[in-house]
Design a binder for this molecule. Structure first.
Ligand SMILES: Nc1ncnc2c1ncn2[C@@H]1O[C@H](COP(=O)(O)OP(=O)(O)OP(=O)(O)O)[C@@H](O)[C@H]1O
Ligand SMILES: [Mg+2]
Length: 315
């Protein structure tokens, strides 16, 4: 093993003349959370389906759990769990029966199946609803059942395709907690999301998928430094100090009312130090200094802006 739970190189996939994935590289170290972020139709689900052996790529190579997708798909399947974008829960049967069905699919014995079902239903706060038809569950309960079903086979690598879409804020936080706990237990998670906040909150590394290519990848902080919008804000209470600072820092934007200066910055330590040095040399002391880094929304819009393909219009 390379220390990578998932390693994909130049994945390609087209449907007819539509190129969905156009040479995608993905590297996910073991025991980490990787977020594939992208707008509708970017190819997130396609990438998940390829990596989880549900469909085959037209080109490129990938190893999942150390097994090659092309030559050892069965071994990959034995290592992974997949929670699809659309629920796999059967509404006609109970939550418990859905779980036992998964246990059967994993060839667990009756006892083992009952035991893991009970454990997981308890862990996902579904024990009380276990004997009710899944069609009566709320969206959040169904999503928790989906993930519980994925965990029946104790997978080491889990794919979660939009695990929190449609959940309310509380259910979303519960789901985040569940995902974090999985990773604490050594599991590797690749999730897709359209929520920047979610990627920021959970992911060790993020890749932004756009038009079939990885537009950018890195830690949440690295991505935020890629786009303009970051700045350092200095606020003064003494108008004289404010005016001195304004003349010392010619590149700053002025807010005369708030006695505040806004200096463009990538938020790096180096820039901050040089600014502080200049203020020290001029004998200026700001009353308040804040560093603003752009958030992932800024990054997302900057990277996925597509002038050739303007947003769909309703005719
Ligand atoms: N079986 C298929 N046949 C033809 N086109 C497909 C098929 N599956 C996906 N596509 C197309 O591939 C593109 C990417 O789809 P995909 O489902 O991977 O996007 P996504 O990033 O998951 O989007 P969303 O955020 O809406 O879930 C879309 O344009 C879609 O229409
Ligand atoms: Mg999708």
């Amino acid at each position: 093993m390379t220390g990578l739970a998932i390693a994909a190189h130049q994945l390609r996939k087209s449907y007819g003349d539509k190129t969905v994935l156009d040479g995608v590289d993905i590297a996910v170290p073991e025991g980490t959370i990787f977020a594939l972020l992208g707008p509708n139709g970017a190819g997130k689900t396609t990438a998940v389906k390829i990596l989880s052996t549900l469909i085959t790529a037209d080109g490129g190579t990938a190893q999942v759990g150390g097994h090659d997708l092309a030559t050892a798909p069965q071994a990959v399947r034995a290592t992974i769990g997949v929670t699809g974008q659309f629920s796999a829960v059967d509404g006609l049967i109970t939550g418990e029966e859905n779980m036992l069905l998964m246990a059967d699919l994993h060839h667990l014995s009756r006892n083992e199946g009952r035991q893991i079902t009970a454990e997981l239903l308890e862990r996902f706060d579904l024990a009380d609803a276990a004997r009710k038809p899944a069609s009566t569950y709320s969206g959040g309960m169904k999503r928790r059942l989906d993930i519980a079903m994925t965990l029946v086979g104790s997978p080491r690598i889990i794919f979660l395709d939009e695990p929190t879409t449609g959940l309310d804020p509380r259910s979303r936080h519960t789901m985040w907690q569940i995902i974090r706990e999985l990773v604490t237990g050594g599991v590797t998670v690749l999730l897709t999301t359209q929520y920047l906040e979610e990627a920021d909150e959970l992911a060790d590394r993020i890749a932004v998928l756009n038009n079939g290519k990885i537009a950018a990848h890195g830690t949440p902080d690295e991505l935020k430094r890629l786009v303009p919008g970051g700045h350092i804000r200095l606020r003064f209470t003494d108008p004289t100090a404010y005016r001195t600072a304004a003349s010392t820092l010619p590149g700053a934007a002025h807010d005369d009312e708030a006695l505040a200066l806004r200096i463009p910055s990538d938020g790096s330590q180096r820039q901050l130090r040089s600014l502080l040095d200049r203020l020290d040399t001029a004998g200026i002391e700001a009353d308040e200094l804040t560093v603003h880094t752009p958030d992932l929304d800024d990054v997302f819009f900057a990277l996925t802006a597509d002038l050739d393909h303007p947003k769909e219009t309703v005719r």
